[in-house]
Write a protein that binds this ligand. Structure first.
Ligand code: CMX
Length: 436
């Protein structure tokens, strides 16, 4: 029945020793070389980051502390009457490397429920923001503003030793995770429901179900979808924009609220987290133009080709690292097949999955023609009545916090220094090449 803090403290102690020895013995081992094309190419493939919580394999997809998505679905604790892993348990797994018991998971749920209430100043700020300010801007502002009561910030200024920083970062991470559904649901109610609805936590329910309730839903299948969604998006190694931004900002010893506020701004980009909104928007336009909710394959093919010809990307397809269909897409597809197999827009998503990869494969410049997670998430949310597409990235933002806040704790425990890679001007690179 050991609690999260004591399990983690033990693990950190043994890892600090193990990793110190590892770096001492192998610190000079080379992992690869850097090519000039990589400097101009978004640093793709440069092995430069540490991420203890998850590992992304180009063909296999993500593993959380060594566990694949199906393994997590099988082994992680679930809600009563549910089949999907509870995101609270994923937080435990990412932090400690161990699959928690049902009792340990419940301890996380209880703590998050107890700390879920928002300070009045955050409520007031959110209630006074213009309704046409994008939900992600509102989300990032609210998260940043919570640093007023950061335990890390207070500890830093009161002279706490560096070796202890991780403990205060963990407390901030837990506080932030507890409050995220409340912030996100308030933004939703303010923009789309005239501020009406409940913001009371039901202590008998888990994190995802409480979030669903505060959004104004009561369908247990929707709560189950939220559990799946919030589990799947929790971590994706640390090279993606939201994770890397959070790490970079946190490396300056900014507190976890400031760091994740910045990460959310990165998540809001159309090539990253906003793609789920773009997918459904694109599908909606296709349905309208083709005059059918589930148009035939040849018409879909024409529409895809037209999109590409107009110079746009096909949202939800391609990936900077993955080279196969994203297993997160497969997990969402399995959910759709189980609960909404006849829904017309779901059937269209299936047709798109048949049609798009061969077309993208034929364009040689595209390294990965397969679907990523964003190709499937929106259609499931829409089926259950969460129809406001520009809100979708907020869900992604609630989930990604689980991984990156776990990582901040670990980076502080391992005392990883401020990130400061070397940059060059083009002229300096040309001079270097000439001098060779
Ligand atoms: N449709 C059309 N063209 C695409 C494409 C797609 N789905 N995916 C890649 N390409 C193009 C790129 O735009 C690039 O073209 P240019 O050389 O003319 O600029 C070329 O193919 C090579 O790109 P790549 O090396 O295969 O992919 P990148 O690593 O540069 O980019 C990504 C990855 C995700 C930004 C890109 O595939 C894309 O824009 N996809 C659509 C948006 C999307 O689904 N994003 C969500 C990704 C998941 C996430 O991070 O959250």
């Amino acid at each position: 029945k050991a609690d999260l803090r004591s399990v983690l403290a033990e693990k950190i102690k043994s890892e600090q020793e193990r990793l110190k020895k590892f770096v001492k013995e192998h610190g000079n081992t080379k992992l690869g070389e850097v090519k000039i094309s990589q400097i101009y190419g978004g640093m793709r493939g440069i092995p430069a980051l540490l991420c203890e919580t998850s590992l992304l394999d180009p063909n296999e997809g993500i593993r959380f502390r060594g566990f694949s998505i199906p393994e997590c679905q099988k082994q992680m604790p679930k809600a009563e009457c549910g089949d999907e892993p509870l995101p609270e348990g994923i937080f435990w797994l990412l932090l400690t490397g161990n699959i928690p018991t049902a009792e340990q998971t419940k301890m996380v749920t209880d703590e998050w429920n107890a700390k879920a209430a928002l300070p009045d100043y955050v409520k007031k700020m959110l209630d006074n923001l213009p309704k046409d300010l994008h939900p992600m801007s509102q989300f990032s502002m609210a998260v940043t503003s919570l640093n007023k009561d950061s335990k890390f910030l207070k500890a830093y200024h009161s002279g706490v030793k560096r070796a202890e920083f991780w403990k205060y970062s963990l407390e901030d991470g837990i506080t932030l995770l507890a409050k995220l559904p409340n912030i996100a649901a308030r933004i939703y109610r303010n923009i789309y429901r005239d501020g009406k609805g409940c913001d009371e936590i039901d202590k008998k329910l888990d994190w995802s179900a409480n979030y669903g309730r505060m959004l104004g839903f009561d369908d247990p299948f929707f709560f189950e979808l939220l559990r799946l969604y919030l589990f799947l998006h929790s971590d994706h190694d640390s090279g993606n924009v939201s994770s890397h931004t959070t790490h970079l900002v946190a490396s300056a010893l900014s507190d976890p609220f400031l760091a994740y506020g910045a990460g959310l701004s990165g998540l809001a980009g159309p090539l990253h987290g906003l793609a789920n909104q773009e997918v459904l928007d694109w599908i909606g336009k296709m349905q309208k133009e083709l005059g059918s909710k589930n148009p035939p394959e040849d018409k879909v093919k024409e529409y895809v080709q037209k999109t590409l010809k107009s110079g746009h990307v096909i949202p939800g397809y391609g990936h900077a690292v993955l080279r196969k269909t994203d297993p997160r897409y497969m997990a969402l597809q399995a959910f759709g097949e189980r609960y909404l197999p006849k829904y017309e827009t779901y059937l269209l998503v299936k047709t798109i999955y048949k049609v798009v990869p061969p077309i993208l494969k034929s364009m040689q410049k595209i390294k990965n023609p397969w679907a990523n997670v964003d190709a499937h998430s929106g259609v499931l949310l829409r089926y259950y009545g969460l129809k406001e597409m520009e809100y979708y990235t907020v869900l992604f933002g609630i989930s990604r916090a689980i991984g990156v806040l776990s990582s901040i704790t670990w980076h502080r425990a391992l005392q990883i220094p401020i990130e400061r890679p070397k940059s060059f001007t083009s002229d300096a690179l040309m001079k270097f090449v000439k001098g060779k």
